[in-house]
Design a protein around this ligand. Structure first.
Ligand code: PHE
Length: 452
């Protein structure tokens, strides 16, 4: 197909896909989910699900995209017909909804970066109160998330190679360096080792079934699975690329950054004698106090550095979230890329407004009577991410098992990896996708819905 664009190399793809995977999910969400679900116990469950369930699904998504050379909807349609295309369409809708709230949280991170580096945030003292009033303030939220969407759109307009790949190749290594630097500082603080123990030594007596559902939703969200982001990126890679090793590297990078984010945050929390169970406010409430304690200058640099890191991580993810519906409009409706990007950027931003107003600004969105008085942002995150992504993964597995067939799936992977056929890995992936994952995912999906 002419003019769809593509990544320049295998490494370009890996950086972009790892950029999609590594995001707020790793640095903002993972530590607070782990903090709410028993620390090390959560980490163990998360890692097992990542390897056993999510890795094969990632291979599946990339293979579907590369075979079909099309967007999420177009790929399912090409390989399975119009009805199966609905899975892709469902994924695209999830992508739009996820981006709508993701962009709001990214806006908070952007605001924090500016307020810490150049403003007076680190003199506030009570960071819990500060955070609550910050997210309830409409002006800042509006401006910063609007800026974030513009920056995202600006990169996506430049296309796959000139925009997405280029940005990821710069942002990912920078992110890694900032993260390592912060960890070295954190683990040398007094009492930091209590945090390391909480995070690394599992106490299985604290295990609750909810940890399982949270870990699964978290793994899907963090790896960008279940909504077609990797189908879309997979459609931009070469037939000579080795999908097995690329997917392994993306998974390792993503799980690695989540692991490191925990290794940063728990020592910081315990060094301040704080509780790890603060929920979504965790990095915004706990970390500023730590940065303040570093003194005015170092606090600004390290604190600003951390929130800048969060912005970079979020940016390579918002790019991929926007690319999913953009690719759909470009491929299926033959829209010029520019028009698709700017119009979708605007629509997604507007869809995000209720989420933006749901943190105390407007009562109606802050307490949803029909949803157990939870806020609108939580509602969208739970419905379109926690519940829908594992469902999307389940449907993808069923698609490969009953429609595309595992032989065709294996053939696609074997291109670029001649040793694949007959290998242990082929058996493992096929068994997981066609026989095990659909059942595990359906079971967990039903339980997640019941638990919400
Ligand atoms: N994986 C991203 C993160 O961890 C979020 C994301 C989800 C991106 C789904 C694309 C698709 O922050």
């Amino acid at each position: 197909m002419a003019n769809r664009g593509g990544f320049s190399s295998k490494l370009g793809f890996i950086f972009a896909a790892a950029g999609s995977a590594v995001g707020l999910g790793n640095i903002w969400k993972f530590p607070y989910e782990a903090g709410l679900n028993g620390g090390a116990v959560f980490l163990v469950i998360y890692l097992i699900l990542t390897v056993v369930v999510c890795y094969p699904i990632m291979v599946g998504e990339i293979a579907i995209g590369r075979k079909a050379q099309a967007n999420a909807y177009g790929s399912y349609k090409k390989l399975g017909g119009r009805k199966w295309g609905m899975i892709g369409l469902f994924g695209i809708i999830c992508g739009v909804m996820i981006l709508s709230f993701y962009n709001v949280v990214a806006g908070w991170a952007f605001g924090y970066f500016l307020e810490i580096s150049f403003g007076s945030l680190l003199k506030q003292g009570n960071y819990s109160d500060f955070f609550n009033s910050y997210v309830a303030d409409i002006t800042d939220n509006f401006i910063f998330s609007f800026c974030f969407m513009i920056i995202t759109a600006f990169i996506v307009v430049k296309g796959v190679q000139g925009g997405i790949e280029k940005a990821s190749k710069i942002l990912m290594p920078v992110l890694f360096i900032i993260l390592i630097g912060l960890i070295i500082y954190a683990i040398t603080l007094p009492n930091a080792m209590d945090g390391v123990k909480y995070y690394l030594l599992p106490d299985f007596s604290t295990f609750r079934a909810e940890a399982l559902y949270s870990a699964l939703g978290q793994a899907f969200f963090s790896l960008s699975l279940g909504m077609g982001a990797l189908i879309t990126y997979g459609s931009y890679i070469s037939k000579n690329d080795n999908i097995i090793s690329s997917a392994a590297m993306i998974t390792v990078m993503d799980a690695g950054v989540a692991f490191l984010a925990g290794l940063l945050i728990f020592p910081l929390i315990f060094s301040q004698n704080l509780q790890p169970t603060a929920g979504p406010g965790l990095v915004f409430v706990v970390l500023p106090g730590v940065f303040e304690a570093m003194g005015p200058f170092i606090g600004r640099v390290i604190g600003g550095g951390f929130f800048l890191l969060l912005c970079f991580a979020a940016l390579t993810s918002t790019i991929s979230l926007l690319e999913v519906p953009v690719a759909y409009l470009v491929d299926e409706k033959k829209w010029p890329r520019k028009r698709a990007v700017w119009l979708l950027g605007l629509i997604v931003f507007m869809v995000g407004i209720p989420s933006m107003l749901s943190q105390g600004a407007v009562e109606l969105f802050t307490k949803l009577g029909f949803y157990g008085d939870k806020d609108f942002l939580t509602f969208v995150a739970e419905v379109f991410s926690d519940v829908s992504l594992p469902l999307g993964g389940c449907l993808m597995s069923i698609f490969i098992a009953v429609k595309w067939k595992k032989e065709n799936f294996s053939d696609e992977i074997a291109q670029g990896n001649p040793n694949y056929k007959g290998s242990f890995l082929e058996k493992f992936i096929n068994v997981m996708i066609t026989m095990v994952s659909p059942f595990i995912l359906a079971f967990l999906f039903i339980n997640t819905v019941l638990a919400k």
